[in-house]
Design a protein around this ligand. Structure first.
Ligand SMILES: [Zn+2]
Length: 133
């Protein structure tokens, strides 16, 4: 019997590790780029496979909402994340409940900009990272 990657229950499915949603779909990438090719899967019980989808989405939001993200993350934000927010605004509303205005300075150009910082759900974020590890 193959056991789940998170518990001793029988694995009945597989789960991507790291979660597939962290990687942009091809339609949100330059032509010919595929970041979902050859992703790793691990055996999972039904409970651990299903319970993680909203946590995976939360982790994605935390990662791409970061001001120091690269171009791929920015494209992911304006593609999949914006479509997700339009579909179900509850996750992003949880972020926007605790915005704190901040002033940022680009360490390369010196450009100063206004932005905001948010309080993340630490335990939820930590659980997602624990599952990745
Ligand atoms: Zn399990």
């Amino acid at each position: 019997m193959t056991t789940c990657y998170m518990c001793d229950n029988e694995a009945t499915s597989v789960e991507h590790a790291p979660p597939k949603c962290l990687f942009p779909k091809n339609r949100d990438l330059p032509a010919g780029t595929n970041l979902r090719r050859n992703l790793i899967t691990v055996p999972s019980c039904e409970a651990h496979n299903q319970e993680t989808s909203t946590d995976d989405e939360y982790l994605l939001y935390v990662l791409v909402i970061n001001i120091v993200s690269n171009q791929i993350a920015q494209n992911h934000f304006f593609g999949a994340i914006m479509r997700g927010i339009e579909r179900n605004p509850s996750l992003i509303q949880r972020f926007s409940q605790t915005p704190m205005p901040v002033i940022t300075q680009d360490t390369v150009t010196g450009e100063i900009a206004s932005s905001f910082a948010v309080q993340i759900e630490y335990e939820r974020f930590k659980n997602s990272i624990d599952k990745l590890v």
